[in-house]
Ligand binder design. Structure first.
Ligand SMILES: [Zn+2]
Length: 188
């Protein structure tokens, strides 16, 4: 169930496309508001806030703090409506394609995306699968942005090896000593 037809959106005149885009921003805005609060806190705590590809990207400062201390670096970036929070600009650049798939998911489901996402993780866990990588929204995001390079924090190599089912990159221990770069393999 989509609130609009993607095919007709592409074929629509420019003013209609702009109107549809605006409606998507409004549809997601209740969630974006939370992201904007985080972006504001990032700005006043010395972080970076910039507008790229129609999304606000915030890194460092509060954004880094919330990923390090609340999410314990299980991810390097997270999307909250039309706001992407990241550890730093490098991680934002590497995860951009993936996070924009999540933005499209928000644009499809609006506020419902959050309970659906959590429900999918819970279902995966109940089925004995990985709650992050087997979440259907993550599978879609990884499949659509496959081949993208992502970098795991060097200092957390051993930690991530221990929790490989939960981090966003396909973990390859041998890449740890060569800078921690890992190439994701597409989901099947
Ligand atoms: Zn994701």
């Amino acid at each position: 169930m989509e609130p609009w037809n993607i095919r007709s959106e592409k074929e629509a005149p420019s003013h209609q496309r702009m109107m549809l885009k605006l409606l998507k921003y409004l549809w997601v805005f209740p969630v974006t508001l939370i992201g904007l609060l985080a972006a504001g806190l990032t700005a006043i705590t010395g972080g970076s806030v910039q507008l790229i590809r129609g999304a606000i990207e915030a890194s460092g400062g509060f954004a880094e703090w919330i990923i390090v201390y609340t999410l314990r670096r299980k991810v390097s970036c997270m999307t909250v409506g039309h706001v992407i929070l990241g550890l730093d600009k490098d991680n934002l650049a590497r995860a951009r394609s993936h996070e924009h798939v999540h933005i499209r998911q928000y644009e499809k489901w609006g506020l419902l995306f959050i309970p659906l996402y959590l429900g999918s993780s819970l279902l995966a866990r109940l089925q004995g699968k990985r709650c992050y990588r087997d979440n259907i929204f993550e599978r879609e995001a990884y499949a659509e942005s496959s081949g993208e390079l992502c970098r795991l924090p060097e200092a957390h190599c051993s930690e991530l090896q221990d929790s490989q089912s939960t981090n966003r990159c396909e973990w390859r221990p041998e890449t740890c000593t060569s800078g921690g770069f890992a190439r994701r393999t597409p989901d099947t």
